[in-house]
Design a protein around this ligand. Sequence first.
Ligand code: SAM
Length: 276
Amino acid sequence: MTLEPGEVAVYSGWDASADAWIAVIGETGDWGRRFVLDRPMLERCHGRGFARALDIGCGEGRFCRMLAAEGMATVGIDPTGALIEQARRLHPDGDYRVEAAEATSLPDAAFDLVVSYLSLIDIADLDAAIAEVHRLLRPGGSLLIANLQSFNTAAEPLGWSHEPDGSRRFSIDHYLEIRQRLTEWQGISICNWHRPMQSYMRALLDAGFELRHFAEPAPDPDCTGPKADRYRRVPNFLIMEWQKPLGAWRDNFDPRGSLLGETGRETDPVFPQALS
Ligand SMILES: C[S@@+](CC[C@H](N)C(=O)[O-])C[C@H]1O[C@@H](n2cnc3c(N)ncnc32)[C@H](O)[C@@H]1O
């Protein structure tokens, strides 16, 4: 599959669901972000010396705003125009672009951190997106992923069922079959993807990434109640950090190329202000 910058592979429902998504995310993020993912995701970003971050599938830009608050120069990309408009409204100084992760207009090795915060499940061409992230990271840079667990996206039909004895069970089926799945909640109606874990691992390994961190976070310890109990029984999310090896110089990558323009003067097409 070959995509031009900004082209989206298949209908996803995100345009029609943008208003509902913005309402669900609100100012603090939804339950899973607030009580499970935000803290460990930010911990992986904090104090690491990351200066330039790209968020693929940034949505309405919440995590970009959090990284900007950490002092990073950020770019957020997302093919859903209404979400990018909202990101620009909420963060007028930010850099938000309507682009798909599979093929961007961004230059080689421009970032030392790329984040995919619950967006790999929504990206149609996983292999293309991972190869593109590899191109966009500088050698030694990190790809930080929060994703739904593959056993979660294989849940049939809703995951949790009530047993005759009143207990609850989580069931999955057709785990190895890659497929699009319609998901609907709180006015949001989207098609994302179920892929077995091996699809993600193969795509990342084949692209040349090295795994540096893996976690299956539970809700924060002070978060209690039936929903937290369910999340502890079946952890919905995983977090991975993958590194582009320091020796991974691409054939077409001049180590000075992203910093030096044709004139030899320092230029940077993504962050011109960062080098002035
Ligand atoms: C579950 S939302 C997550 C948004 C944001 N990262 C967050 O955590 O709030 C998934 C996002 O992936 C975006 N998306 C869908 N297809 C994409 C693609 N091919 N490339 C990049 N993002 C995509 C959707 O528009 C949507 O904003």
